[in-house]
Design a protein around this ligand. Sequence first.
Ligand code: ADP
Length: 402
Amino acid sequence: MKILVLNCGSSSIKYQLIDTEIKETLAKGMIERIGMSSAVLTHAPRGKEKIRIVGEILDHSIAIEYVVAVLMSKNHGVIKDKSEIDAVGHRVVHGGETFSGSVLITHEVMQAIKDNIELAPLHNPPNIKGIEAARKHLPNTPQCCVFDTAFHVQMPHHAFLYGIPYKLYRRYKIRRYGFHGTSHRFVSQKAAEILNKPIEELKIITAHLGNGASMAAIKEGRSIDTSMGFTPLEGLLMGTRSGDLDPSIVTYIMGKEGLSISEANTLLNKHSGLVGISGESSDMREIEQAMNEGDKKAKYAFDVFTYRIKKYIGAYTAAMGGLDVLVFTGGIGENSVAVRETVCENMEYLGIKIDAEKNRSENKPLEISGNDSKVKVFRIPTNEELVIALDTEKIVKQILNK
Ligand code: ADP
């Protein structure tokens, strides 16, 4: 099947047309600056030249129209007619407690996504716009959605409840949801595949380390805990997010600096994390470079980043009663030799021992643990778009077979 995968943000849309038979991307691209004066479309068709078009794209509907048009275009397209698109798979950030898996988008599903807007006010509205636009331009094509939260939704109550009055959980749905679920699911399944073992027999920790970063404890194929929480702010140190902190710090800073709620949110989400500590950059490559040149604050940022991952490995190993597999993924997890090395340093007592050569190798082998390591350590490139395409294919095939 040919599945169009859409990830719609407030001013950008990322897309991929994936052929699920061969598990390959036929074309991928992005529209940025939607609603601004000069929007940019970059489009990379497989086996053809990459193109960049600048124009006026006022809203998500026009953007999707462009995407469909460029996919069919004579010189840069990969399909002849839009009927070749068998289904559309949308990435939707927040499924709340409603969704524990991917679903066909129906009227009820749309309503449930709208009901969850309060939980993800920045993300669900553009996701909804993308769904509506895709429906308009591909009216006869089934649409499915895959939620960032779904993989974690069945965590046990001791992992998802916060220590606040229970009635606030009931009233405002304040609980741990967790995010990056598609990535944690993909890389944990991949690890089980590589080991040729049923995932139900494995205790896996996955570390998705990108600009946003989170970890998950996966036991018997299910996420039993994850580091992001009610929002993606909790947990690991991230590019611009603080991750874990004493909640009193928030009110204390608000009082001291005279910050409004929205300013406090911006401080913690946009000006904290790697950029906050280093005062330099949110980009791990730049942090590592500055640190290697002797910049003290960049080193502090790197140290906090890696120390926290280590702490979560310890915590999740305890939560699962052991560990078989540790997976690194995301831009940093896949590429930073230094992060993986530092995180795994002195972890032999837990059975984690990486092979320095494999970890450093330019060939990027999937397994980086030493032959004598009890715990298998992998660096596995994530592929959230492929998961969305495969989930969508499965749902559509089920409908067709009914
Ligand atoms: P996003 O969460 O936006 O999808 P990515 O998964 O692409 O982000 O990760 C981006 C992060 O990966 C940045 O901090 C970047 O510096 C880091 N990164 C990419 N390549 C390397 C590398 N070779 N060494 C260290 N960090 C890297």
